[in-house]
Write a protein that binds this ligand. Sequence first.
Ligand SMILES: CC(C)(COP(=O)(O)OP(=O)(O)OC[C@H]1O[C@@H](n2cnc3c(N)ncnc32)[C@H](O)[C@@H]1OP(=O)(O)O)[C@@H](O)C(=O)NCCC(=O)NCCS
Length: 170
Amino acid sequence: MTFGATETLVIRKATPADLDAIKAIADAHRHELGFVLRPALAESIGRGEVLVAENHQGLIGFAEYHHRRDAQTTLYHIAVIPQCRQQGVGRALVNALCAEASALGKLTVFLKCPADLSARGFYACLGFEVLGEEPGNGRSLIVWTLSLTENTQKTRLFRRVSPYGAEGQI
Ligand SMILES: CC(C)(COP(=O)(O)OP(=O)(O)OC[C@H]1O[C@@H](n2cnc3c(N)ncnc32)[C@H](O)[C@@H]1OP(=O)(O)O)[C@@H](O)C(=O)NCCC(=O)NCCS
């Protein structure tokens, strides 16, 4: 029996045991994510600010973020392995991140993404809005924000995959 990427999908908090697999996914996306430092990833895992997407194949994606002291959550890095894309895994990661941010009283999710990446279509699909564009390190960055207070955004976010899969927990 073969499964699609999301049939056995669980979104859960990363643990230190996931560090190698997360770093391997990050390193495979250096063009998109830049160089993701292992100690910084380990710190984020320690703070409980990394989510992983896991299915029968193993770890297939991750999202690293930070809940600031004010009302903003910042998404630093997100990636899904190529063979599992366009099946709702990235949406499920953002979905879980937004659920967690909302539960903590955050009002917005904020991120910067290189303007040349096709990921801009992903953020637009999830209801993010462009705040502006700014110069980056050799390429310009689009600044995106998502309001966690608007029901319409939530409907779009929660449309496809439940945040934690059948067994996942945060
Ligand atoms: C961006 C990324 C995380 C999206 O993950 P994914 O699992 O493919 O996304 P999903 O399947 O959950 O897509 C959610 C929606 O966004 C759309 N979408 C996803 N990637 C898209 C793209 N590159 N262009 C346009 N739309 C896109 C999907 O069609 C889907 O829309 P739908 O629900 O209306 O069908 C993945 O493409 C990736 O890892 N890219 C490389 C790393 C990267 O660029 N990270 C972002 C750095 S800023």
